[in-house]
Write a protein that binds this ligand. Structure first.
Ligand SMILES: [Zn+2]
Length: 185
């Protein structure tokens, strides 16, 4: 079975991305990706977001997601939805200049607040920050573009050993059956 390549974090004109959803999809199709998650900011989107994204026609396997703002401190959390499975990702700790110890404390506080994280981004808009690849952090490591515009497209990705099915991909990521890719490496 071929490994599937995807980006788990991307924005459209529903929030602060520069591309319409269909343009974003076309860009990732052109890069040869297998799947893409659209994860616009929860505080920007309106009801149209939830009806529009599933209607985007795509050769990619498209995940509908959202980027959440943790209410108790400044921290974005990615939510990537399958049919039954949902993946929660601690987004771009590098943006908040977190040490590994501070990252562990955030994961603990978010868990105490009722949200169990599955994964952590080791990237900031596709740039690698390898301190978050530390084995001290008990989450699956993922690399994403956090794509807002073309400069970000294709910088960092995950490859998953799974069948082409949203839930199968989420389960494989949660199980750590993935590898990371970085265009700059
Ligand atoms: Zn984002």
């Amino acid at each position: 079975m071929p490994w599937l390549r995807g980006n788990l974090h991307a924005h459209t004109t529903f929030s602060d991305g520069v591309k319409e959803p269909n343009e974003l999809v076309a860009a990732y199709e052109a890069l040869g990706y297998d799947f893409l998650a659209i994860t616009d900011h929860e505080n920007w989107i309106d009801d149209r977001y939830w009806s529009a994204i599933p209607r985007v026609s795509s050769k990619l396997l498209l995940f509908h997601g959202v980027e959440l703002n943790w209410p108790r401190f400044d921290q974005h959390i990615g939510r990537v939805a399958g049919e039954r499975e949902t993946l929660h990702v601690l987004n771009h700790p590098a943006r908040y200049h977190l040490s590994v110890a501070q990252t562990l404390e955030r994961i603990r506080r978010i868990g105490a607040g009722g949200l169990t994280l599955d994964a952590i981004e080791v990237t900031e808009t596709g740039q690698r920050h390898s301190i978050y690849e530390s084995s001290e952090i008990p989450l699956v490591k993922v690399a994403t573009d956090d794509a807002h515009g073309p400069i970000h497209f294709g910088r960092a990705w995950v490859e998953v050993d799974a069948k082409r099915d949203r839930d199968a991909i989420i389960r494989a990521i949660r199980a750590g059956e993935l590898r990371l890719g970085f265009a700059a490496d």
